[in-house]
Design a protein around this ligand. Sequence first.
Ligand SMILES: C[C@H](O)[C@H](O)[C@H]1CNC2=NC(N)=NC(=O)C2=N1
Length: 112
Amino acid sequence: MSELSQMKCEACQAGAPQVSDQELGQLLSQIPDWHTEVRDGVMQLERVYTFKNFKLAWAFANKVAELAEAEFHHPGILLEWGKVTVTWWTHAISGLHRNDFIMAAKTDQQLD
Ligand SMILES: C[C@H](O)[C@H](O)[C@H]1CNC2=NC(N)=NC(=O)C2=N1
């Protein structure tokens, strides 16, 4: 269980700094199953989870949605048959904040 998953998101508003290149490397090393994507110039964290069927994927997606609401930090969630793609980034800063890495680690915990 990574220490990131034990952390709480901090309030983040426009103007907060995005993670630096050095922080990015250090934080990514703590969530090895995740990768970065850049969409419309916005860097995001992404992981694809696979399941035996739609119902299991749906149940996982629901747990991620509950987690997001509890932390008031929300991902993109694509629900497909046997697959859930979760994408984290911080809308307010159009990029990656430490919160996104915390939430990625907490997302992995929803598999347990
Ligand atoms: C109004 C604004 O959307 C809210 O303050 C919260 C809600 N959830 C959020 N989720 C994410 N990923 N980024 C945000 O900037 C964000 N802001």
